[in-house]
Design a protein around this ligand. Structure first.
Ligand SMILES: [Zn+2]
Length: 230
């Protein structure tokens, strides 16, 4: 059996305040296949910093509680990843995952239920509305009739309650929430992309669908988080 070595890719972008990460990427079991391809394309469109952990998922789940990591090395990787996500300049942290049984083709979540009594949460809800409508508008415009896949559906939690991948129990997103409740302006987006919309080869029929989808996500994120100053 060939042993697959885990590796990390870290690439700084023009924007030091936005990071796109794919902590579960890989081509072996239990990994989120082709999330590096989606994350690197999105980071490029946004000018963001890119972080990818490849083939690491079977050993350690980087966005979970480091105290649950199986070895000291795994714990330290978890801590380093989470320090990167929560580092002082970061204002928008985006994680890309792959799903096989969500309700929507793309499931986006901030990782918690909005509290209408908190001004920050009301602002976030408005941003999520803008995000969803801008992504859908862009998809309508960009999705070609000859694409092999149908136009993807976009669910945003907590606006859409039937999103499956809510990330409400994901440790790192709960830490981002703690920071917000501590009056820090940092936003987190947990994005799950359905299997069929990701691929590893360029210029294939699936690649054109992936590209149009990532372009639409970038347009939505730009409108809701980057052009509207954080
Ligand atoms: Zn994942």
């Amino acid at each position: 059996m060939t042993r697959v070595e885990p590796k990390i890719i870290y690439q700084t972008g023009e924007r030091k305040d936005v990071i796109v990460a794919a902590p579960h990427h890989g081509y072996i079991q239990r990994c989120d296949y082709y999330t590096k391809e989606v994350a690197s394309m999105l980071a490029e469109y946004l000018g963001a910093t890119l972080f990818v952990a490849e083939n690491m998922r079977p050993q350690v789940d980087l966005n979970k509680d480091p105290r649950l990591a199986p070895t000291p090395e795994a714990r330290s990787l978890c801590c380093r990843y989470q320090q990167l996500a929560l580092a002082e300049p970061i204002k928008l942290f985006i994680e890309i995952h792959g799903h096989v049984n969500g309700h929507y083709d793309v499931e986006i979540s901030c990782g918690f239920v909005i509290d209408p009594d908190i001004a920050f949460d009301r602002e976030l809800r408005s941003r999520l509305f803008v995000l969803q409508s801008a992504v859908n508008r862009e998809l309508e415009r960009e999705w070609q009739k000859n694409f092999i896949l149908p136009r993807p559906s976009i669910g945003v939690f907590p606006l859409d309650d039937d999103v499956v991948m809510k990330a409400t129990k994901t440790y790192l997103f709960q830490r981002i929430r703690d920071e917000q409740l501590n009056n820090r302006r940092i936003f987190g987006l947990h994005i799950e992309v359905f299997r069929d919309y990701k691929c590893g080869e360029v210029d294939t029929p699936t690649f054109f669908c992936q590209k149009a989808l990532v372009k639409a996500l970038a347009a939505g994120i730009n409108k809701s988080f980057l052009e509207w100053p954080i």
